[in-house]
Design a protein around this ligand. Structure first.
Ligand code: GLC
Length: 508
C-alpha cells in the first residue's frame, strides 16, 4: 500500500529503556531508533518508558502533561506523565512516567530479575495501561491535549509482558481498549521476570480471573515474559535464526513447547542500527572521522585504512598498549553476561597472550560491565599482559573509538538474539568474528564481510582468531572484506517495512 493511501497507524512502544534518555543494552538502542524508522514509513509511533532518576533532567527537556492514579497492591498511587522529544528527531514523542515509590530506580545497570524489579515493571505496565486510557480521553481534560488511541501497543521483553493481559482484562474499564492489538517482541528469552505468587493480586482484580494468569499461577509464580508470549496478538523476535532457535530445547529456555504452539504467529525480524547515530563520517567522539565511498568499481578503502591506523595509534596510547599501527587489534564491547556473551571463550583467548604461536603483534581491548564474577575474572586474566587492555566500565566514547580503530570485533556469544556490535563494526570497517547463532548468523558472511565459527569451544574460537590474523596479512583480501562490510546495509528501513507488514496483518 503506498504510504499516503494508508490510514495512519498509531503505535505505542512500551519498554524499559530508550536511548539516548536511558540505555543499559541493545534494547535501548532499538527503542530509540525503530520508532523513528516507522515514522518514516508513515506510522505515528510513540514511546513510553519509566522516568528513572538516572535520566538527566538538565540534558533533555520535559513537559509535564498529565497526572493520574494507578491502583497497585490495593492502593492508589499518583503518576505524572511527562512528554519529551527525541533530541535527534524533533517530532518523535516519548512519554515518561514518574512515580516516587516505583519508577525511580533502574536504568543504570543490567536487570537481574529481582522481586523489586518485578514490582517496578508490574507497576509500570499498569501505569502504561492507565496512560493509554488517559490519552484516549485527553482532549476532554485539556483543550491543548489531543485524543490519541493507539491501534496497537508494541511491548518489549519481560518488563512489559503483562500489558497484553492488562489490556484484555480492562475492556470493561475502558471500551476504547477493545480494538487495541498487542505485538510482543522478545529481545532475549533468557530474562523472563518470574514473580512471587502475590503479583496477580497486586495488579487489577480482573487479571486474577484471566485463564492464562490462572494457568501460569499453578506453579506459584507469574512469568512475565510467558504472559507476553501468550497474551499478544503477534509475537516477534529480533532475527530470523533466533526465531527458529527458540523452538528448540537448546535455546528455548524451557518455553520451546509453548513457543512451538505459537509458531504461526511468530516472526523473526532482524534489527537495524541508526545510520545517523552510527556514522564514522560524523561521529563526534572519534579521534578522526572517515567516510567510505564506492561507485561499485572503485572505492577509497586505502584512505579509510590510513585514518583508521591513526585512530588505532591514539587508542593504543590512551589504553597504554604498545603503539603499533600494524598490530592486529581485536575488540570486545559488551554487557558482561556469562551465560550469553561467550566470556569463557574470551578468557581462554586472553590466556593465550603473549604471544600465541608467533602472532607477536596481536592486541586485545575489552570494554564492558556486568556480572561481578566476570568483571573480576576478565580483569585477573588480563593482569600483566602487555597487549591486553581490560576496561570494566560503561563508556560509549571508548566504544566508538574501538569501532573506528579495531581490526576485528569479537562476538563469541553462546546465543545472540540479534546483536548490534557486529553491525556497528561493519559500518565502521571493523570485521566481526562471530559464533554462528541468532542474529550473528543472519548478518555476517564468512570470509566475505567477517568470520564465522560454528562450534562453541575455546579451541575453535582461538583458531578462528588465528585464521582472521592470517587473512589480515593478506592486505588485498582484507581490504576487499572491509569494503564488503562497509557496503552492507543495516539501516532500519528494511526492518521497519517488515514491522509495518506485521502490524497490518494483526490489525487486519
Ligand atoms: C538484547 C539481545 C541482543 C539484541 C538486543 C536488541 O540485548 O541480547 O542480541 O541485539 O536485545 O534487540
Amino acid at each position: 500500500m503506498p504510504k499516503k493511501d494508508r490510514q495512519q497507524l498509531k503505535v505505542l512502544f512500551a519498554a524499559s529503556e530508550c536511548a539516548p534518555f536511558v540505555k543499559v543494552g541493545g534494547l535501548g538502542d532499538v527503542i530509540g531508533s525503530l520508532p523513528q524508522a516507522l515514522r518514516e514509513q508513515g506510522v505515528d509511533a510513540r514511546v513510553v518508558i519509566p522516568f528513572y532518576e538516572v535520566i538527566d533532567r538538565m540534558k533533555f527537556s520535559f513537559l509535564p502533561v498529565m497526572e493520574f492514579e494507578v491502583e497497585f497492591e490495593g492502593k492508589y498511587h499518583p503518576v505524572k506523565a511527562h512528554l519529551s522529544y527525541h533530541p535527534d528527531y524533533p517530532d518523535f514523542k516519548i512519554f515518561l512516567l514518574e512515580n516516587k515509590d516505583f519508577l525511580v530506580k533502574g536504568g543504570d545497570i543490567a536487570f537481574a530479575g529481582t522481586q523489586e524489579e518485578i514490582r517496578t515493571y508490574a507497576f509500570f505496565s499498569q501505569a502504561v495501561v492507565a496512560l493509554v486510557s488517559h490519552l484516549a480521553h485527553w482532549s476532554l481534560v485539556t483543550k491543548k491535549g489531543e485524543s490519541w488511541v493507539p491501534d496497537l501497543i508494541h511491548c518489549h521483553d519481560w518488563h512489559t509482558g503483562i500489558i497484553p493481559q492488562l489490556i484484555k482484562t480492562s475492556y470493561g474499564l475502558d471500551p476504547s481498549f477493545a480494538r487495541i492489538k498487542v505485538v510482543f517482541t522478545v529481545h532475549n528469552l533468557s530474562y523472563q521476570g518470574i514473580s512471587e505468587p502475590g503479583l496477580a493480586d497486586a495488579l487489577n482484580d480482573a487479571l486474577k480471573e484471566s485463564p492464562l494468569v490462572k494457568w501460569d499461577l499453578q506453579d506459584n509464580n507469574v512469568d512475565l515474559l510467558l504472559q507476553g508470549i501468550l497474551g499478544s496478538d503477534m509475537l516477534t523476535t529480533v532475527s530470523p535464526t533466533y526465531a527458529k532457535e527458540i523452538l528448540t530445547p537448546e535455546f528455548g529456555e524451557g518455553l520451546q513447547e509453548i513457543l512451538k504452539a505459537r509458531e504461526g504467529r511468530l516472526k523473526g525480524i532482524l534489527n537495524g542500527i541508526d545510520y545517523q547515530n552510527w556514522n564514522p563520517a560524523k561521529d563526534e567522539r572519534l579521534y578522526q572521522n572517515y567516510q567510505f565511498e564506492s561507485n561499485g568499481e572503485v572505492d577509497n578503502i586505502q584512505s579509510v585504512l590510513r585514518v583508521r591506523s591513526e585512530n588505532k595509534k591514539e587508542l593504543q596510547k590512551r589504553l597504554g598498549l604498545p603503539i603499533d599501527e600494524k598490530a592486529f587489534l581485536l575488540g570486545f564491547v559488551s554487557r558482561l553476561d556469562g551465560k550469553q556473551k561467550g566470556l569463557d571463550l574470551l578468557e581462554s583467548l586472553i590466556q593465550t597472550f603473549p604471544p600465541a604461536a608467533g602472532e607477536t603483534n596481536v592486541q586485545l581491548v575489552i570494554l564492558g560491565t556486568g556480572e561481578k564474577e566476570w568483571e573480576e575474572r576478565l580483569q585477573r586474566a588480563g593482569e600483566n599482559k602487555e597487549r591486553v587492555s581490560v576496561n570494566i566500565e560503561f563508556d560509549s566514547e571508548l566504544a566508538r573509538r574501538m569501532f573506528s580503530s579495531c581490526d576485528v570485533i569479537l562476538m563469541p556469544s553462546r546465543f545472540e538474539p540479534c546483536g548490534l556490535p557486529q553491525m556497528i563494526g561493519m559500518r565502521y570497517g571493523a570485521l566481526p568474528l562471530v559464533h554462528a547463532v541468532g542474529g550473528l548468523k543472519d548478518s555476517v558472511e564468512h570470509e566475505r564481510d567477517g568470520f564465522v565459527f560454528s562450534t562453541y569451544t575455546p579451541e575453535v574460537f582461538i583458531s578462528a582468531v588465528k585464521f582472521a590474523y592470517q587473512v589480515f596479512q593478506n592486505s588485498s583480501k582484507w581490504q576487499k572484506m572491509m569494503a564488503a562490510a562497509m557496503k552492507k546495509d543495516f539501516s532500519w528501513d528494511r526492518s521497519a517495512k517488515e514491522y509495518v507488514k506485521a502490524y497490518e496483518e494483526v490489525i487486519g
